[in-house]
Structures are given as C-alpha cells and as structure tokens.
Design a binder for this molecule. Structure first.
Ligand code: TK8
Length: 346
C-alpha cells in the first residue's frame, strides 16, 4: 500500500512538472505565441476628458483588444488626469504600474530628447503630411528610440494644430504676445519659442491648467480647438487666434514590461488596435477641430484670424530656437525629418 502511494505520488509529481513547463514560464511560451489563458488588464490613462476624441479613441482601442483577445485582455480606461499627467503617467509605464498612456510629443521629449523635433514651430504644413511622415519610416524610427526608456511606442494619434487663447486681448501679430503670461507644456523648446515671440511662458502640467487660468496665475495657453472647447476654456478665456504654431502628435505608449509579457499574437493585436483606433481618433479629431470654432464663438470667445504675413513674422522670430534645438538633437536626425516632410508634401 505504502509503495503504491509512493508510486502514485511520484507519477503525480512528474505530470504536474510537465504541465508547469507549458504555462508557468509565460515569457517563453508567450514568445512562442501560445495563449497562456492568463487574464491580463491594461490600465489606460489620459489627461483629456471623456468627451475628447482622444478618449473616444481609447474606448475604440478597448473594444478591439477585448474582442480580438476574447476577453483575455481587458482594458480599463481613465480620463481627465485620474491617473496623473502626461509625464507622471509615462513614468508609471516605465515602472510597470500602469500599462498605457497617450502623451503629447512635447513632454515625451523629456524622456527621449529627439522627439522635440516634432514640436518645432511651423514644422508640418498639414495634417495629411504629418500622417505620412509619422506613419512612415521616420516616424517608426522615433518610436523605436522609446525602447531604451522601457517604453513601447505603438502608434501616433493626433492632438492637432495648436492655437493660442488668452483672457487679455486679441493676438493678431507677434507684438501682441508681449508680456502675456502663457502656460506651455513641459518642454524647453516651447519655452524658448514663446520667449522669442515676446511672451512670458511658464511650463505646467495639463492637469493644473484650468485652475491656473481661473485664478489668473496665467493669462493664456495654447491647444487645439477641440481641447479648448471640450475642456471648457471659454469659461476662463476671452480670445483665440489661429496661430497654428505647432502640430502636436500624440504617441500611443505601452509599458515595455507589460508588452514583453504578452504572447506574440497578443502583441500584434495591441499594436494593430492602437493603429486602427488611431485612424479613427484622427478622423474624429479633425471633425471636432472644424466644428468647435463656431461653438467657441457662440460660447463668447472672440476669434482672431492671423494673416500669412503675421505668421511669417512669427516663423522668423522662432528660427533661433529651432537652430539651437537642431544642434541639440543632431543635424542629421532633424534633416531626415525635413526631407520626409518635403517628400510627403509633393
Ligand atoms: C493632455 C495633454 C494635452 C496637451 C497639453 O494630457 O498638455 O496642453 O496638449 O493634450 O497631452
């Protein structure tokens, strides 16, 4: 009887060890694309609110991932800075305490400085050219740089062309920036550019912006029209000008430790979902930016059209800042982006 029990026990041990080699080592079997059956959760956080195209895009990503993984991966979505701001959420991805966030390239340059090239004022002539460059070889090259920061860049989404608002006076020419206290994103190039335009810029996390305008700590800020309207800035600002001074991309980021823990099949699903939801988000964003200028004026904001001559003057004033950052980032890297824009503009 004792001997029988020993034999049975031994047999049981061998069997469970064999089973273990199949499921335990998720990384190994993950790389081989086997479905581990292990449920995983993605916590996706953004700074904008739940009516913004960025959040609607995140909901689209959730829908695709949950459907394509048959619920093996679920996506929890957080808006309005519930999980932090662009910089702190990106740090959380690096630590593995969050899985997804979609920051603007401006704060992302604090992690990978080369990304500042995408924030060169007046760089992209149109959204279409931006799409071609970002979704092309050059865009991918920049996403690959994120790996060294324990981040995986899955796709580019759109924040959009940024316009300036303020609570003081209309901005029609560069001279109108003089002395205006403007909030900028946390990016040194933005600070330099607005100083060159004559403003008094201060870097600030997006989550603090509305209160800062309400309390008049700052006179104004700059963002695409959809954000200006959907974040209700018309409640604390009286003027908007179509400076279109920077085209801001968003980067759909995933934590590298989380991504590496996925099966190959799951890695493909999240990558494709980020791209597909990105196309959807860009479309919504462009419709929103068009629609909300009228709504902003109806909400009482005064709109000022910047003439091509006035914009040309602004372009000239920010050149020294662009030259300085071309040196910092590296001429070759910057030239590659300029060449791609030229090719895409043909
Ligand atoms: C939201 C930010 C925002 C950006 C800014 O998290 O900070 O002004 O334009 O969209 O990414």
């Amino acid at each position: 009887m004792k001997r029988l029990l020993t034999v049975l026990l031994a047999a049981f041990m061998v069997l469970s060890l064999a089973a273990c080699s199949d499921n335990g080592d998720s990384k190994g079997s993950a790389a081989e694309g086997k479905n581990t059956g292990e449920k995983k959760t993605i916590r996706g956080g953004i700074g904008l609110n739940d009516s913004h195209p960025q959040y609607l895009g995140l909901l689209k990503f959730k829908e695709i991932v949950e459907e394509k993984t048959n619920g093996d991966i679920t996506v929890e979505t957080y808006h309005s800075g519930q999980l932090g701001d662009d910089r702190t959420m990106t740090e959380a991805l690096q630590l593995g305490s969050q899985e997804v966030t979609i920051p603007s390239t401006a704060p992302l340059a604090n992690f990978v400085p080369e990304f500042s090239v995408f924030d060169f004022p007046f760089l992209f002539p149109s959204e279409e050219v931006a799409d071609k460059v970002l979704d092309g070889e050059v865009g991918q090259k920049f996403l690959d740089k994120l790996d060294s920061q324990n981040l995986v860049g899955l796709a580019y989404w759109e924040n959009g062309f940024r316009d300036v608002t303020n609570s003081k006076h209309a901005i029609a020419t560069a001279a109108d920036f003089k002395g205006l206290k403007l909030r900028t994103m946390e990016n040194d190039l933005h600070l330099e550019a607005f100083r060159a335009l004559g403003a008094n810029p201060t870097p600030m996390a997006f989550t603090e912006l509305f209160t800062a305008m309400q309390q008049k700590t700052v006179d104004g800020q700059e963002n695409p029209l959809a954000t200006i309207y959907l974040q209700k800035y018309y409640e604390v600002q009286s003027h908007v000008s179509n400076t279109h001074h920077i085209y801001s991309p968003f980067v759909f980021l995933m934590s590298k430790s989380f991504f590496d823990g996925l099966t190959e099949e799951q890695q493909k699903i999240v990558k494709d979902a980020a791209i597909e939801a990105g196309v959807y988000q860009r479309q919504l964003n462009r419709e929103a930016n068009e629609k909300y200028l009228t709504d902003l004026q109806e909400a009482g904001i005064t709109y000022t059209e910047v003439t091509p001559e006035a914009r040309e003057e602004m372009v000239k004033l920010v050149q020294p800042a662009i030259e300085k950052y071309t040196e910092k980032i590296g001429k070759e890297t910057v030239q590659e982006v300029f060449d791609a824009i030229e090719a895409a503009s043909k």
